[in-house]
Design a protein around this ligand. Sequence first.
Ligand code: DAK
Length: 267
Amino acid sequence: MESKAYDCIRREDRGGGVSILWVARAKALNALNLATLREMERALLALSADPEVRAVILTGEGEKAFIAGADIVEMKEMSRGEAVDFSKTGQAVTRLLQLMPKPTLAAVNGFALGGGTEMAISCDFIFASESARFGLPEVTLGVIPGFGGTARLAHFVGMPMAKELIFSGRQVRADEALRVGLVNRVMPAAELLAATVEFAQEVVSNSMPAVRSAKKLLNEFSESNGLHYKLDSEAQEFGNLFGWHDQREGMAAFSEKRKPAFEGVRT
Ligand code: DAK
């Protein structure tokens, strides 16, 4: 079984051509380190190429988190060059979720912060449990969203709300996420995965060539707004923030479970 080839993720094939990709680091609330991102990229390439797979669901193991963002413990040691690489691997994963020629769905079962929200908004659909929490807290760590958050979020919620969420870093509960158009549906946690699988099966029972064409066209619309260029700028800008005081302080403060003392200048 292919899932044995992975340490940080797990693949589960459900009936009707629907596969689930589990992020499986529940102890770290499914935070994304480089190894996890590399495995996700490999798994998504395999799922995309597999003719038996017609739709892919992304979710997180455990009761508490979908994905609590990029792995801050790993990220805090990164050089600027490593940060750009990390961002590009994460962006490759988000591009696969967005562009693969089959529907992708996020089943958000708890915290989806930073890179977690960015993974979710790269999928075609977001179904959320009532306990889901979305947010882009990067500025509280001295950085910016680096997996497409600045490039994609405004498509979902409009520019004013995108700015509010990115500049404030505040968390949004599932009911607000539904109201602002970030998610498709909210339901009790116990129903989330079954309902997401059922909806995926409904979609793939339609004409797949027609669904593929519709996905391609809708994606071309967002590409035509310069997504590729925006992702490049985002990775560069993210890398530029690495090595400065605020990035080191923000991430050290997270590890030490205290409030950061930002200098507010690049020194
Ligand atoms: N990274 C590493 N470890 C994490 C983590 C994370 N993002 N989130 C949680 N953990 C770990 C905690 O350190 C803790 O580990 P132990 O102390 O048990 O060893 C364990 O998971 C349980 O977490 P807590 O004890 O904190 O649990 P609580 O219920 O108290 O709080 C929480 C849950 C989700 C509110 C809290 O854990 C939290 O605030 N987590 C961090 C959320 C966050 O800030 N996420 C955004 C990360 S920044 C880029 C690429 C990507 C990105 C940016 C740039 N480029 C390279 C360009 C994306 C950035 C982000 O995602």
